[in-house]
Design a protein around this ligand. Structure first.
Ligand code: CU
Length: 332
């Protein structure tokens, strides 16, 4: 009887640990931000923040949803705040907690003393159509680092500046890629898939990618290894909400190199969303790309085992079960 109590106790402990792991949201980063707008229902804010290296974000102005426990007490348009970032149950970043920042906290991407009185501006009367966005000085950056809306985002797009090693853009490539469960490959553990996992372009090519998300969940097409002087964190990034489509353009350098493509939502790369872009033939295949390459260390697949192994497992299991029933009857 003692051992039964022990088993119950153990199960309860495991249950409690599991439940608290589900309840606790993992904070991935903390940052300061300047609030520009608060949604009427208080569910999201628009703010400018400095680079957040922990999650690979450059400085940007964006909308962020709030967790249920985030309180906007004492926070208004124009407030400088300290907030934590976490992923919601949908895998999308949101604000975990938010508090007014201590006096003197500065958001470098949004200097407090820029002389503009945003509160008193009549935005409704602005003629955005006639504004010359091209001539705006975005903190000296040559590119729009990011565009973001409800459909998703495009980060580090670059359609006109060739990398330093390219005298000019050599030509254009356009790829339309579909992503979703229905494109999952036959590989073990594959749940998601792109309909194309390998791309080849010439040195200094300009590449436009259109990502069509055929799933309900958000997916990404993120390319790594680009020169950091042109692409913050060395990446180009499309992120697309379920059912939506996004396009973006980047220009590759001249050297022979293989670039990693993946979806950065947890487990999506492992479940099939991994590809490669070869420039000038690339410098080798990356591992575990559906339809292209195998894993570094092969799995011990069950189908590799002789069938009689299964019968041995079944026999051992039966003997164990019989022993258990016998012991139980004796206790009874
Ligand atoms: Cu994904």
């Amino acid at each position: 009887m003692r051992s039964i109590a022990r088993i119950i106790w153990l199960s309860l402990t495991v249950f409690v640990i599991g439940a608290s792991a589900v309840a606790a949201q993992e904070t991935e980063a903390e940052a300061a931000g300047l609030i520009h707008a608060i949604a009427p229902d208080g569910s999201s804010v628009n703010l400018t923040h400095d680079p957040i290296p922990n999650v690979g974000w450059p400085a940007m102005t964006m909308d962020l949803g709030l967790s249920e426990r985030a309180s906007l007490d004492g926070i208004d348009v124009g407030s400088v705040v300290i907030f934590t970032l976490e992923r919601g149950p949908d895998g999308i970043y949101r604000i975990g907690t938010i508090t007014p920042a201590p006096d003197g906290t500065e958001v470098e991407a949004a200097p407090a003393g820029d002389g503009m009185d945003h509160d008193n501006m009549d935005h409704g009367s602005m003629d955005h159509g006639s504004m010359d966005h091209g001539s705006m000085d975005h903190d000296g950056h040559a590119h729009h680092n990011m565009t973001l809306d409800a459909e998703g985002m495009v980060m580090n797009a670059n359609a006109d500046t060739p990398p330093d090693d390219c005298a000019e853009i050599s030509g254009d490539h356009e790829f339309t890629i579909r992503v979703g469960r229905k494109h999952a490959g036959p590989e073990r553990g594959s749940i998601f898939g792109y309909d194309q996992n390998e791309f080849e372009v010439e040195p200094c090519a300009r590449v436009t990618v259109t990502l069509i998300n055929e799933d309900q969940v958000r997916h990404m097409w993120m390319l790594h290894g680009l020169p950091r002087y042109l692409y913050p964190q060395g990446m180009f990034h499309l992120e697309v909400a379920g059912g939506a489509t996004k396009s973006g353009t980047f220009i590759v350098p001249s050297n022979a190199k293989t670039y990693l493509i993946h979806c950065d939502i947890p487990q999506h790369m492992e479940k099939g969303l991994k590809g490669q872009l070869l420039v000038a033939g690339g410098d080798g295949d990356l591992p575990s790309i559906a339809g292209v390459s195998g894993p570094v260390v092969a799995d011990r697949h069950r189908e590799d085992q002789p069938r009689w192994h299964g019968w041995i497992y079944a026999a051992v299991g039966l003997v164990g079960l019989a022993g258990g029933v016998f012991a139980f009857k004796r206790i009874g």
